[in-house]
Design a protein around this ligand. Structure first.
Ligand SMILES: *[C@@H]1O[C@H](CO)[C@@H](O)[C@H](O)[C@H]1NC(C)=O
Length: 210
């Protein structure tokens, strides 16, 4: 509405206050304006179904794809993941599935697979041996982005990670900053694993709607 006519202001309120306008021409013009407005409104509503996409909200758009590498270092002088709870007493030794152990991590996330590759964030949280039949962790973590387009935003993941499987899928439960309302999933593939120490580099492909 780009009318500059002074009546425009009256007419926009005329439906509720026309009774209080004592006269005449103003009210008449106001009524015409209102009728026009209603006509436009009806016309607009009539065309709505064709213009509306079949899906609404973020479901209609493509997910954001994030790709990076996760470095889990448990050995050496400066590990980024530490065991805070060992296997329960009475477990077979060596403990084959890590059932009952808890590790806390603050693992770097990098652009490329090399440890010296540019850091894009950290994976902060824990993984806990929760499968008695195979190596399977419950992994709960925040991906904290510290560089690039998503610097300052986080994603919260919680899921099952069986590190010896070729591909693991973890749900993305939510996020902060640019990732508010996020939901999605992460696909994890081991890029490198030292079976002796347990150190590993894992490739992450994360798909999020937000
Ligand atoms: C990420 O954001 C922080 C806080 O705004 C800023 O200090 C830092 O320089 C940024 N890092 C990169 C790599 O852009």
């Amino acid at each position: 509405m780009t009318h500059t006519h002074p009546l425009t202001h009256c007419s926009s309120a005329s439906s509720s206050v026309s009774q209080s306008l004592p006269q005449n021409e103003m009210a008449k013009e106001g009524t015409v304006m209102l009728a026009l407005f209603l006509l436009l409104l009806v016309a607009a509503e009539a065309t709505q179904p064709q213009d509306e996409p079949t899906a609404v909200g973020h479901a209609a758009s493509a997910p954001t794809h994030l790709h990076f590498y996760f470095h889990d270092t448990v050995s050496g002088k400066s590990p980024t993941a530490v065991r805070v709870v060992g296997p329960p007493a009475g477990s077979p030794s060596p403990q084959p599935t890590f059932f009952g152990t808890v590790n806390v991590m603050d693992d770097p996330l990098t652009e490329g697979p090399e440890a010296e590759s540019a850091e894009v964030g950290r994976a902060q949280g824990l993984y806990m041996g929760s499968d008695q039949a195979k190596i399977g962790f419950l992994q709960a973590m925040n991906l904290v982005f510290t560089a690039g387009a998503h610097n300052g935003s986080t994603l919260a993941l919680l899921g099952r990670n069986c590190p010896l499987d070729g591909v693991r899928e973890l749900p993305v439960l939510g996020g902060t900053g640019a990732f508010r309302f996020a939901r999605g999933y992460a696909l994890l593939r081991t890029h490198w694993l030292d079976l002796r120490t347990g150190d590993a580099t894992v490739e992450y492909d994360v798909y999020v709607m937000h």
